[in-house]
Design a protein around this ligand. Structure first.
Ligand code: C2O
Ligand code: CU
Length: 453
């Protein structure tokens, strides 16, 4: 269980290291977990388990509720949810509710928002499920996400702005059959070069825990509108996703509704989500293909079938040039408070560096790195320049941000001096992690704490 004394000690450290408090009353008070009884409760048990993706990819690893990916947690918007993490691992763990702006103490970041949950202990995460959208949850300790400690989290809207007859959640993953190891250290730069520090060689790329040898199958009926909720739950893979036989209409980005935009495919990094609508007008057996853009494994594949017909050999996507870009995304409800000049701007370089091949944000590696300090109520702008050749999917906890005309929580900054800028309102006081969602970069220092002062 959570030691209140421990948290007090953490908070104490933070204020000792930070600037002295000037006694200003923050204009926005910290969120607290809802006091109401839970509308929806579930147990998430982290333990060892055997994973069988098909082919020769079986492995003994760590999973939630003996499932891989973990169980789909579903709540209705506005529900109070209580998820009890039972830790039966031989290690400490936590759960982070990726994308959901929960109260800080429920965010699941070890040493920042809570003491990690020891083996044999449990911890209940309680929050109000809002806003509606496609999210996921995962361990935020070390490289545990890459073992299999993740699952989808869906918050259902009471009034969907798109109509659909059927929906599927499609979780993409890069899969190891052995224990993940950090890629930085004495000789990782020397041996693998900068690309070598980006991701391990994966045994396979999976859709809903299935390999191409025994693929996931999504059955539809002619004439249906099918909502596909794509989640990039990989630890280090940038995917390009395309469907055989159908265009797709993107309806949500990172859970937030956008004006529908029809494309042949999209690319997304670790931590990003897109919902798309498929109009089932083209009977057949079609392939969902997710090709790694920063790896050489064969694509992740799954099948769409009509009327339960056996997927003999699904037809893949044709060549496509019409891929989604961030500039195509227009949020149905833009963030308020982010127009005009920001109150504070951070100009941050993303680069490799340090004596042992670390990854840096503005020259510093987490956890030693200085926090980025903001004040409650401010309009904050973050500008990132990627001084490395590899993409970085940057994720902000506790807040949505505006990037172009989209509202998101994760944005890929392309390599070779690529830039992205996002704006957010400091409306959720607490200490929040901001980091690269490539787990191997995070583990090698690519994170900062955003601290309200
Ligand atoms: Cu998903 Cu911090 O992460
Ligand atoms: Cu990165």
């Amino acid at each position: 269980t959570l030691g209140a004394a421990g948290l007090g000690a953490l908070a104490g450290c933070a204020s000792l290291d930070g600037p002295s408090q000037d006694g200003d009353t923050p204009s926005i008070t910290s969120k607290t977990p809802p006091a109401d009884p839970a509308d929806y409760e579930a147990t998430v048990r982290a333990a060892s388990g055997t994973v069988q993706p098909g082919g020769d990819l079986a492995s003994e690893t760590w999973v939630y509720n003996d499932q891989f990916p973990g169980p789909e947690l579903r709540a209705k918007a506005g529900d109070v949810v209580a998820f009890e993490l039972q830790n039966e691992l031989p290690a400490e763990t936590t759960i982070h509710w990726h994308g959901v702006p929960v109260a800080n103490e429920m965010d699941g970041v070890p040493q920042v928002t809570q003491q990690p949950v020891a083996g044999g202990e449990s911890f209940t995460y309680k929050f109000r499920a809002e806003p509606p959208g496609t999210y996921f949850y995962h361990s935020h300790v070390g490289l545990q996400l890459d073992r299999g400690l993740f699952g989808p989290l869906i918050i259902e809207e009471s009034d969907p702005h798109v109509e659909y007859d059927r929906e599927y959640t499609i979780v993409l993953d890069d899969y190891l059959t052995r224990e993940p190891q950090p890629l930085f250290g004495e000789d990782s730069f020397g041996s693998g070069g900068m690309m070598g520090t980006q991701r391990p060689p994966y045994a396979g790329l999976l859709v809903n825990g299935r390999s191409a040898a025994d693929p996931a199958v999504f059955d539809v009926r002619e004439g249906e509108r099918v909502r596909l909720r794509f989640i990039n739950a990989s630890s280090a893979t940038l995917f390009q996703v395309q469907l055989g036989g159908h265009p797709m209409t993107v309806s949500h980005a990172d859970g937030r509704p956008v004006d529908p935009v029809t494309v042949d495919g999209f690319q997304f990094g670790s931590g990003e989500r897109y919902d798309t609508i498929l109009e089932a007008t083209n009977p057949g057996t079609w392939e969902i293909r997710a090709t790694p853009l920063n790896g050489s494994e064969p694509p992740a594949r799954a099948a769409i079938t009509y009327d339960g017909v056996e997927p003999s050999s699904p037809v893949g996507p044709s060549q496509s040039n019409n891929l989604l870009s961030y500039g195509d995304l227009r949020a149905r409800s833009p963030l308020s408070g982010v127009s005009g000049n920001p109150d504070r701007t951070f100009d941050l370089s993303l680069s490799p560096g340090g004596p042992s091949g670390q990854w840096l944000i503005d020259g510093q590696a987490y956890p030693e790195a200085d926090p980025l300090q903001i004040r409650s109520g401010e309009h904050v702008r973050v500008r990132m320049t990627n001084q490395s050749p590899v993409p970085h999917p940057m994720h902000l906890h506790g807040h949505f941000f505006q990037v172009g005309d989209a509202v998101k929580d994760t944005v890929v900054v392309p390599g070779h001096m690529g830039q992205e800028t996002f704006d957010f309102v400091a409306d959720n006081p607490g200490d929040w992690l901001f980091h690269c969602h490539n787990l191997y970069h995070l583990e090698a220092g690519m994170a900062r704490v955003i601290e309200y002062v």
